[in-house]
Design a protein around this ligand. Structure first.
Ligand SMILES: *Cc1c(COP(=O)(O)O)cnc(C)c1O
Length: 377
């Protein structure tokens, strides 16, 4: 069974996607056009964000958010040691310097206590990442950020649908992002992303930056450097065809989220007593099961066993960010980020997508049980 498949979800959404796509074709503007604007307002409705700026990818959204939020060359951003690479590379691409902090011992978000230790004179931002199925300790991060005078930008790329205190992920501080990479909870048929913010100035700057620095105006008045911000813009416009697909899928997102939760609960019930399975994700009010990640013994052997039995899994993420080659210059060593290293060694993402059948879910669990029984016996 594949790790991810959306062909039957897509069949269900096709009638609506088709209408939106025909709209795009007839309208004649295929990039940064009316369908993108329609998606932005639908997402503003879904998340409660005052401003949604559709861009090319979640990674671009992070870079543009940091720049729009006022990151200046050399500014430090405190980021988690355990995350997708873009959580740290976006800082470099925006001209800043990532400073790494370990994650919580019992979760996958940045540890507020570690933020306080990592932050220095030049630190201006902290960027919590909400991974897998729940939010980072956002109240803890907000408290430490306030104490240290840091602005909070969220890597909420995985966190569509996750809410806490009635607020959607990405809207606890200066702003956040969404990724619509195909495997994400709301996935396009290609790359796309968005910036979320309640701050008008950040929104206007990100809006200008995504489109060569253009700020209103006409084609004749098309500065590569935004006259409003003095910053060089890039081309990170969203395709209207992707916006069309996303509008169709957004209409059934909450149903998909419910189905993901059902499958997650089924995994949890079946795996709770399995020897060798050390930790299962807990379902909390803020949970949205983008992926179902377990912590297990002999992780790589289990993954190989599952693969041999036709079950694809993924390791998110095999190595802590500070130990990756592009950050070698920072001089971190093994042992500096013990919680991140533990997560890298033990976590495994099992297949989970709305089209997955309960039978498939049971097969995965049977195969996991068989693996640990085989090792014991
Ligand atoms: C997917 C993801 C991104 C990047 O999004 P893209 O759309 O793939 O560029 C950034 N951060 C996290 C945590 C992600 O999961």
């Amino acid at each position: 069974m594949s790790f991810f498949n959306q062909s039957s979800t897509f069949e269900r959404t096709w009638p609506s996607a088709r209408r939106h796509i025909l709209d795009v074709i007839e309208n004649g503007k295929y990039s940064h056009g009316r369908k993108v604007a329609e998606l932005e307002s639908a997402l503003a409705g879904y998340t409660g964000a005052k401003f949604v700026i559709g861009v090319n990818s979640g990674t671009d959204a992070l870079v543009l958010l940091l720049r729009a939020a006022g990151l200046r060359p050399g500014d430090e951003v405190v980021v988690p040691a355990f995350s997708f690479g873009a959580s740290a590379t976006s800082v470099v691409l925006a001209g800043g310097r990532p400073v790494f902090a370990d994650i919580e011992p019992d979760g996958y978000g940045i540890d507020p206590a570690a933020v306080a230790d990592a932050a220095g004179e030049r630190s201006r931002f902290v960027m919590p990442t909400h991974l897998f199925s729940r939010l980072a300790d956002i109240d803890g991060v907000l408290a430490v950020a306030q104490r240290l005078g840091l602005a909070v930008v969220e890597d909420s790329a995985e966190a569509i649908g996750m809410r806490h205190r009635g607020r959607h992920a990405g809207l606890f501080g200066a702003g956040g992002v969404l990724s619509f990479f195909p495997t994400k909870t709301l996935g396009a048929l290609g790359d796309a992303g968005a910036v979320l913010t309640d701050d008008r100035r950040i929104a206007e700057t990100a809006d200008a930056l995504r489109h060569h620095g253009r700020f209103g105006g006409t084609i004749a008045d098309f500065p590569a450097i935004s006259t409003a911000t003095g910053l060089p813009g890039v081309n990170s416009k969203m395709d209207d065809i992707q916006a069309a697909i996303l509008l169709a899928k957004l209409a059934r997102l909450d149903l998909d989220i419910v189905r993901r939760a059902e499958l997650a609960a089924r995994y949890t019930a079946a795996l709770a007593e399995v020897e060798g399975v050390r930790k299962l994700p807990s379902a909390r009010p803020d949970s949205v099961f983008y992926v179902y990640v377990v912590e297990v013994e002999s992780r790589d052997d289990l993954a190989a066993h599952l693969s041999a039995h036709g079950v694809q899994t993924e390791v998110y993420y095999p190595s802590p960010l500070p130990l990756q080659p592009c950050f070698a210059g920072l001089g971190h060593r093994k042992g500096d980020f013990p919680n991140a290293e533990n997560a890298c060694r033990r976590t495994l993402a099992l297949p989970l997508y709305p089209d997955m059948s309960t039978g498939d879910c049971d097969r995965v669990c049977d195969s996991i049980r068989a693996f640990y029984r085989g090792r014991r016996g």
